[in-house]
Design a binder for this molecule. Structure first.
Ligand SMILES: [Fe+2]
Length: 284
């Protein structure tokens, strides 16, 4: 199995191309569209880099996978699908995330609540193929209610559920997030064989360390500063909630969400032909 990471320094996101070296089938995990929210401009520089790589390797894309509906970057899933083909997949609890956010944005006319804008909604335990590789879906909620991890060969793509051991885990204070639930999701990931390679979706390195994205189940189980094997649920939840308290929302939050809820589409243009990202206002 070939795994090629792509690090986006602007959003600290790591996207992956996972390929079967025999059939040249591949999947793209957690892609990024470059977005300048001040100018309202999107560019495809990062996604084009992935496209060039896929073409240079002679891969064909079978799946474009999302570990969850991201709140800190725009997914390039729809763009990649147009350019490379493949099916867009995400966890089936995404319907809960849609039911929470779509009424807030009032975008039901172009953002189906049933998740049909995605090609496939994966259930926990479901398996699928990437060429001759078998991938299994593990439901790992906590950061959001719909987070999934993709277990492919000896690797697992954990999204934001586990970050690098010296950082810990992602926050659990978004709507539907829950530190107790995340604790059990992580415990589940830590039951995978010790040498399972874990690939995270983000890295926020401390000063002096270069960005990194790969660890093993055993490293996480022994070294994760928030949730190694010795940490009880009670201690983890207290520390996670302490860290999340008063933490500012990601500066993009509302902007990427409504695009990512459409699997990366920008929605129906208004009568002037322009598509908008909306920001709901609470005002007296
Ligand atoms: Fe996230």
């Amino acid at each position: 199995m070939n795994i090629h990471p792509f690090f986006d320094p602007q959003t600290a996101t790591i996207s992956y191309v996972v390929a079967d070296p025999v059939t040249h089938a591949c999947a793209i995990v957690d892609s990024v569209l470059d977005y300048d929210p001040v100018r309202g401009r999107v560019s495809t520089h990062s996604a084009d880099h992935i496209i060039e790589y896929v073409r240079a390797q002679g891969y064909h894309v079978e799946w474009i996978l999302e570990t969850h509906v991201h709140a800190d970057h725009l997914t390039a899933a729809a763009y990649l699908k147009k350019k490379l083909g493949g099916k867009i997949g995400i966890g089936n609890h995404t319907a809960e995330v849609l039911r929470h956010w779509v009424p807030i944005f009032n975008t039901a006319h172009d953002t189906p609540l049933d998740g049909s804008q995605f090609d496939h909604l994966f259930a926990d335990g479901e398996t699928f193929k990437i060429g001759a590789l078998t991938a299994a879906v593990l439901s790992t909620p906590g950061h959001t209610p719909a987070c999934v991890s993709y277990h492919i060969g000896d690797a697992v793509f954990v999204g934001d559920t586990l970050l690098m051991p010296d950082y810990g885990t992602a926050r659990t204070d978004f709507p539907g997030g829950d530190a107790h639930i995340m604790y059990h999701s992580i415990r589940r990931l830590l039951t995978l064989p010790d040498d399972t390679r874990m690939f995270t979706c983000h890295d926020y390195p401390p000063e002096g360390r270069v960005p990194a994205w790969e660890s093993t189940a055993s490293e996480q189980g022994t070294q994760n500063i928030l949730i190694n094997e010795k940490v009880t649920e009670e201690v983890y939840v207290a520390e996670r909630e302490r860290r999340d308290r008063g933490k500012p929302a990601p500066h993009l939050l509302l902007l990427p969400l409504q695009v990512n809820l459409r699997a990366g589409e920008f929605g129906t243009p208004e009568n002037n032909g322009v598509r908008y990202i909306k920001i709901p206002i609470t005002a007296p």
